[in-house]
Design a protein. Structure first.
Length: 170
């Protein structure tokens, strides 16, 4: 990362993974990106938007510990499925959003509403993803990522591999 281009770390589903990405992408002269998948958590009955809130909060904490005014990594909110994800990503501090056209059209229909700090995402029926107070480490290996069959990471890797293999077969 030191002398090369930017990287986007995708298939991120929890704070432990996000902490490892933070450490692994230092030092860099260009911004690095992390893409937490919001919608996949909703599929499991949890507030996916909480992952954005938790990662942004953790990164701000890490930046303070490193005396950094601006983070070297930008949070890209991915798997946005509805306006609640869209507005929540804005309010909770995502730097970039990947937004499907149907959500953009809904937003335009709502006169391009921009939420402020008072906005609370409507997440009825979903359980919270609790914030974890993780210590800051320079070494990404201090944030072990364990394999867990059936986890969101496992499912994401299987889907990615299947998509890749189908491209190769063409």
């Amino acid at each position: 990362m030191k002398d090369s281009g930017s990287v986007n770390m995708t298939l991120v589903f929890d704070q432990q993974q996000a902490a490892a990405v933070y450490a692994a992408t230092m030092p860099t002269f260009k911004p690095a990106f992390i893409s937490p998948f919001v919608g996949r958590w909703d599929d499991r009955g949890l507030k996916g938007i909480d992952i954005i809130k938790n990662i942004v909060k953790m990164y701000k904490s890490f930046d303070r510990k490193r005396n950094e005014k601006k983070s070297h990594i930008e949070v890209l909110s991915a798997s946005i499925r509805h306006l609640t994800h869209f507005y929540g990503s804005i309010v909770y501090g995502a730097d970039i959003l990947t937004v499907p056209i149907n959500i953009i059209e809904q937003w335009v229909h709502e006169d391009r509403f921009m939420p402020d700090e008072s906005y609370r995402p409507d997440t009825k029926g979903l359980r919270s993803i609790v914030y974890k107070e993780l210590p800051y480490h320079d070494d990404y290996a201090m944030y072990p990522i364990e394999y867990e069959k059936g986890s969101l990471l496992d499912e994401g890797l299987v889907k990615f591999a299947n998509d890749w293999n189908s491209l190769i077969e063409r």
